[in-house]
Design a protein around this ligand. Sequence first.
Ligand SMILES: *Cc1c(COP(=O)(O)O)cnc(C)c1O
Length: 462
Amino acid sequence: MTDEPGSVADLIRTAAEAVIDYRAGLPHRPVAGPADRAALLAALGGPLPAGPTSPDRVIDDLVVAADPGLVATAGPRFFGFVIGGSLPAATAADILAVGWDQVAFNAISSPAASVVEEVAGGWCKQLLGIPASASVGFGTGAQSANTVGLATARHQVLAAAGWDVERDGLAGSPRVRVVASVERHATVDRSLRLLGLGNASVRPVAAGPQGAIDINDLAKVLADEPTMPTIVVLQTGNVNTGACDDLRAAIGLARTVEHSWVHVDGAFGLWAAACPQTRALTDGIELADSWCTDAHKWLNVPYDCGLVFCADPSAHVAAASYSAAYLTGAGTAGSPSDYVLESSRRARGFAVWAALRELGETGVADLVARCCALARRFADGLAAGGVEIVNDVVLNQVLADFGSDERTDAVIDAVQREGTCWLGGTTWRGRRLMRISVSNHSTTEDDIDRSVAAVLRLAAGL
Ligand SMILES: *Cc1c(COP(=O)(O)O)cnc(C)c1O
């Protein structure tokens, strides 16, 4: 190419080539190794530049300096947290979104971004079994989606009790209780703190042997204060075990109290609904009032992207929207910014739209089924090597025990240093466990077999 050095064309081609090389190398590079923070600081740090640097030099330096500190989360053998990879079309669409520099605030700031969110949001509802009439917001992740869902819940249960929380705040309001499992995701607690409900508003419900909510205990907790405005938080996809709450039974119980709102945190697990083999785990999903899920986990779009859905769009808007005289088109239901915490916002819909077009309905179902099958293969391989698998592998999560807390931590540490694959640890029910999550479209049976072999070899060498 003969682009002028430092021109936008030159820089974008350089960046694209760097991304292409990086991604081509993903299956072969160590997934992660102990990063040399001092070397990274030396390469990237120093004083604030006193004046300009030519842009081509900036990008060349960044590509070289950042590389040793990159983690191959997009690659096929990263099994930590619940990190999906990023699908080819979704990755390229996100690059377009950045290049186009669209503000997904509303239909005026970017008609294309606004329409694409409406379309992709509709496709997601169809795949996830959420009513077509529900509203959708595209935010940064499940943390922000949980916050918006719970803000809407707070609005509605207090409105039903005659209180306008948007106008009057929480000082002097009726008390609200939040009924949630002891194994809820920690982001729920942060959302409750930010919403002024406080962590003490939680009435904890026991979890069953696999980590799903205990329905009998839920009934007991709900019966305790049956007239108090009540938000019930359920979970599809326990971050440790993958267990899913019995939504139909739990939501049936929630409806027996006077004013209730049911929010489902399905950051990764909600995608079980998109696959015939796992759909039963989400039975009753359509009965909830609000839902949160991530697109950047199991749908494999690049970071960051989380979705919130509400069965009652007017409650969603009442809780989340704002208006100002100079903002044409804001504050009227249907504007994308009315459903999220952000105002100016990255156009996340393009990547979701591209992922769903690339995969189609059968492709999403295959992605979910394949990850679940590969998680079982990982578990079976470890079990055949004498490792105890602690959970029922119902979804894409595996918990493994190598004999003692100390030994399990030592194996995890050795695997993380060696670099064939990356997986993390967790403490579940008082035990240190290896936690494996299979959430990437590009992972193959060979990736699993190589990873199992590495883990067993490293464990035997301790
Ligand atoms: C990952 C996760 C979250 C938080 O998601 P972010 O996208 O990191 O904000 C919340 N709930 C569950 C069940 C999760 O797995």
